[in-house]
Design a protein around this ligand. Structure first.
Ligand SMILES: Cc1cc2nc3c(=O)[nH]c(=O)nc-3n(C[C@H](O)[C@H](O)[C@H](O)COP(=O)(O)OP(=O)(O)OC[C@H]3O[C@@H](n4cnc5c(N)ncnc54)[C@H](O)[C@@H]3O)c2cc1C
Length: 495
């Protein structure tokens, strides 16, 4: 049960102890009495490591983008900077047209910036590479995404501009670059990161930086080439930080360290406690009444001055259904997809060399797996075992087989796909399956408008914040930033 030890300090409840909720708590502790509620038996949410063959291995995310510096900053505050490591290898392949082919290095999130390298990669047929060149001669300009993205970033704006364009990635790119290039090259990359379907994912919501870069330009390829040049280490936005980083103590040690720090600072973290309903009481203080259920099924009500819901949107929708039905129904509209990851180890002499950090699988051949990360080559700290360790992924928005197949069938289907792509006969020495049900929020067309509505409704309630991967970005740095923004909002309201 959460204790409320308030001595002049206001009481804040954060529901959900993933990276978002923990980051919010880290920002607020000391200023307020902070309680964190988590329904599962551990903190960290999607950040999770297990003991695999004697080492700590991440089964969820294992790296993050450094462009948004919030994860690097957080690691530094937690004295983890010395453990930050860049992947030991660069580059990856794509399984397309019956074999593994090196991905061109000059892609902007999967979108080509150089059609010669697309042609030489042979990922698409020569005719399709040629078809993509129509982008250079397309008579109409690309849509203007700037007004929508500006409005979304402006916390005062409550609605998007009238008649704003919000095409899906597929709809925008198919006609310019041709269906085969989009399906075989772009879809596995962009949709792979989001476990999504490019025919539903909003171009502006999923890749806002690219949408800004191509806004009102003539050619997608040329404007992204320019964007890449500016973003490269030698370009205008000079940086020496590698684009991706992980932790040699496992990425999950970020949330483990956050948890230890919060406990040491006196934050009350209650595990195995599920929030079941929220009521807004008409009084000046402690107007949030939260019904909670403990593991032993005992139920009670607890009262707080401020509330942060750092939960997947569908869980927030359930909690707010009675108190704030309009916000709840907008949250309920955000779709989610499920994935599975399989850790698998082979003896090194049974495995052919795998280029770079692994490979993605084009959706066309209808394989179950969507990608493979070669953990033992990507991370130096996992490379000294004489074995090849793979993290194999399956499942996306348009393929729910990971939720319908039983463990044994799913595991053997994932291994079968991997063996057939790599041309190996032997089964792994050991494997471990993880299911991530409803793990990836889908930023489908209409997402930005929906989030703007949610933001404007919650702006009118100063003691409530919604935060996490469902809203302003699914990557770990975006979740940390969102948790901090949620904390700042409550700080201003309650101090
Ligand atoms: C397999 C996988 C791989 C990924 N890879 C990457 C990557 O490489 N890089 C990257 O940047 N991102 C990656 N992501 C995305 C990123 O990990 C997530 O978007 C992010 O961790 C979400 O954090 P969160 O705190 O918003 O939500 P969550 O981690 O989902 O945390 C929410 C918490 O709320 C709890 N909860 C839910 N309902 C209740 C309730 N009623 N009461 C109490 N508690 C409740 C849940 O148990 C959970 O712990 C990956 C995600 C997955 C699933």
């Amino acid at each position: 049960m959460p204790s409320q030890t308030g001595q002049n300090k206001k009481d804040i409840l954060i529901i959900g102890a993933g990276i978002t909720g923990l980051s919010a708590a880290y920002k607020l502790h000391g200023l307020f009495n902070v309680t964190l509620l988590e329904t599962s038996s551990r903190t960290g949410g999607k950040l999770h490591s297990v003991d695999f063959r004697g080492k700590k291995v991440d089964v969820g995310p294992d790296s993050f983008l450094t462009r948004n510096t919030s994860a690097v900053d957080l690691a530094s505050k937690l004295n983890l900077s010395e453990h930050l490591v860049a992947p030991a290898r660069q580059g990856a392949s794509l399984y397309s047209r019956g074999q593994l082919r090196k991905l061109p290095i000059d892609l902007a999130l999967g979108i080509p910036t150089n059609l010669i390298s697309v042609l030489s990669s042979q990922i698409v047929s020569p005719l399709s590479a040629l078809r993509s060149a129509t982008d250079f001669f397309w008579p109409a300009k690309l849509p203007s995404f700037t007004a929508l993205l500006d409005a979304a970033e402006n916390t005062e704006a409550s609605l998007p501009p009238v008649g704003y364009p919000d095409p899906s990635i597929g709809r925008l790119l198919n006609k310019r670059l041709g269906k085969e290039t989009v399906e075989r090259l772009i879809a596995p990359l962009i949709a792979g990161i989001n476990a999504g379907d490019i025919n539903h994912l909003s171009f502006a919501a999923t890749t806002p930086e690219l949408a800004r870069a191509v806004s009102e330009k003539r050619s997608i390829v040329l404007s992204l080439r320019n964007y890449k040049r500016q973003a490269s280490p030698g370009g205008k936005l000079k940086t020496t930080t590698p684009p991706f980083l992980g932790l040699n103590t496992s990425l999950a040690s970020l949330t483990e360290s956050l948890t230890e720090n919060l406990l040491a600072a006196g934050v009350n973290i209650s595990l195995g406690v599920q929030a079941t309903e929220i009521a807004l009481l008409p009084r000046d203080t402690k107007h949030w009444e939260v019904s909670i259920r403990q593991n032993n099924m005992s139920e009670e009500k607890v009262y707080f001055d401020g509330l942060i819901l750092a939960l997947p949107a569908f869980a927030t929708a359930d909690l707010l259904a009675k108190a704030l039905p309009e916000i709840a129904s907008l949250c309920q509209e955000i779709p989610f997809s499920s994935v599975a990851t399989l850790l698998a180890a082979w003896n090194a002499d049974e495995m052919p060399p795998i280029y770079g950090t692994g490979f993605l699988v084009a959706r066309k051949p209808k394989k179950l797996i969507t990608g493979v990360t070669t953990l033992s080559s990507k991370w130096t700290h996992l490379s000294d075992t004489g074995e090849v360790w793979l993290k194999i992924s399956a499942g996306h928005y348009s393929d729910d087989r990971v939720t319908t197949l039983d463990d044994e069938t799913l595991t053997s289907a994932m291994i079968k796909d991997t063996k057939s792509i790599l041309g190996i006969a032997k089964d792994p020495i050991e494997n471990l399956l993880f299911r991530w049900e409803n793990a990836f929020p889908q930023y489908n067309t209409g997402h930005i408008e929906r989030i703007m509505k949610i933001d404007s409704m919650t702006a009118a309630i100063p003691t409530l914040s919604l935060a996490g991967a469902s809203y302003h970005g699914i990557g770990i740095p975006a979740c940390i930033s969102d948790g901090i923004a949620a904390a700042d909002k409550l700080s201003s309201a309650l101090q």
